[in-house]
Design a protein around this ligand. Sequence first.
Ligand SMILES: [Fe+2]
Length: 150
Amino acid sequence: MAYTPNQIKTAEALKPILAETVQLYVLTQNVHWNVTGPLFQSIHLLTEEQYTELATAVDEIAERIRMLGQKAPASLKAYQELGGIPDGDENATAEVMVKALADAHSYIASRIRPLISNASEGGDEVTAGLLTDRLTVHEKAHWILGATIA
Ligand SMILES: [Fe+2]
């Protein structure tokens, strides 16, 4: 089966989003495990919900890359090369950790936003839909995390 240049372009654009979703997953687990202080319980439970959702998303994004004919990057090295979300600090205060996590959601949202119109202009409504769902999740997480430390 031959893939169109548009499909290849879309798959390439999804690779950094896959990498950053994995990075966000790890960053979220860092907060889940290492957060301390009076907000522990609420942040611990919130981040569990978030990393569980992110794990499902990683699989969906990777499988979309495969449907578009490309191999899904699947190594930590590739994720570091492709992704722009920095590692977390397990010794940071709860406020700093949650702020960094909120910022990471905002950052990935900004990376996803322009790809939605690119995908739909290229006739790929499925990828546009997937990315719209991802954008919704990240905008909501940004709001919830920000409100937690406001
Ligand atoms: Fe846990």
